[in-house]
Design a protein. Sequence first.
Length: 485
Amino acid sequence: MGYVTRIVIIGGGPGGYEAALVAAQLGAEVTVVDCDGLGGASVLTDCVPSKTLIATAEVMTTFDSSYEELGIIVADDTPPLERAARVVGVDLGKVNRRVKRLALAQSHDITASVTRAGARVMRGRGRLDGCQTAADGSRCVVVEAADGTTERLTADAVLVATGARPRELEDALPDGERILNWTQVYDLDELPEELIVVGSGVTGAEFAGAYQALGSTVTLVSSRDRVLPGEDPDAAAVLEDVFRRRGMNVMARSRAQSVKRIGDRVEVALADGRVITGTHCLMAVGAIPNTSGMGLEESGVKLTDSGHIWTDKVSRTSAPGVYAAGDVTGIFALASVAAMQGRIAMYHFLGDAVAPLNLKTVSSNVFTDPEIATVGYTQADVDNKRIVANVVKLPLLRNPRAKMQGIRDGFVKLFCRPGTGIVVGGVVVAPKASELIHPISIAVDNNLTVEQIANAFTVYPSLSGSVAEVARQLHTRKAAEADLG
């Protein structure tokens, strides 16, 4: 029997299980060590559950706007236009039971795929034990199994994909009932009457928008000047305006200092001395990488000041034979990026063709209503002179399909290089922007020009028609610049 490469993967999230599939397909002997269930936080407590909850919220938003905008009557007790009472409600207990059921089903499907591919799945916690051996350069991984036993695994390469957990503030510790982090909200049986969301990043904005749509009175506490400070400023402005119009109390430049539970209510103390109260508080103040207690630094793995694992563009760490992928690396906390990092790591170690990770081709989406999707270079890159690009933004109000569907908020924005017209980035703010960003992602990934985008047929009427229209306007600008030259 020939030599078989031994791969041990610590962590079964997207970075881990996608790596396992690749390694097994390339003939390696693969063991995945995971303590919660394959799919990791992405499937069990984060991406899949939150987007399932948001899917219900989207339906609620449609109902809320159906009478005024589209003339749809729900049952016989639809209120008159001047009285904006809700005609539908939500059973949050049933919603959350569905959320958990779908998450577990997805985890089971992933486990079945990994085991079918030939990988071994171990339930437990893994850690590195020392540096490479002198004899063959292998690594040792110690696994503390769920039943309390310990097993030592020998690996030619180790992939660390242990993810991250919600960051907690000392004066705002979750209790799982009234003060919650984003992994605990799915245990609620009743809709929070007055929800305070602390943190206006992607997680905070998504949950604030979802619970507002479900019927909660929501206050969003932001320490920054605006919601989604890391996103396109035009997109963030649209979303904040929508939030406020729908009745959300958005408190900008308001840093939460502590959260206390007082009976069936919570009090959030702000740094400026103000105190706000509600029935529940959701803490969405970032995440901490799961790197402690794993023997990483003792094994030669360099950590950053934030506790993340340093990696290069093919997922190598500073320790030979040790790779890392996913949220534990601090590089774009996206399931798609984690999966790509994991695949790249295995391609690289096992000698297959591999392209280094290119973050400028990553598309991402904020699942608010409207959604915000981005790819490539950003407005900040243009404003800070990191790239020279022409920019055109087209409001969806001009789009005929948007008018038909009652869509008033949103836009399409494209960035292209002057002269060549090569598309280098884009932003879509719209319902299902996560779907509309794909043609722009293809353009960015393949260095297509605005002329090529403009000349491709689109369906009339369609929201995607706005992508072609923006490209036409940029192409016209490019032609005008050529004439002036």
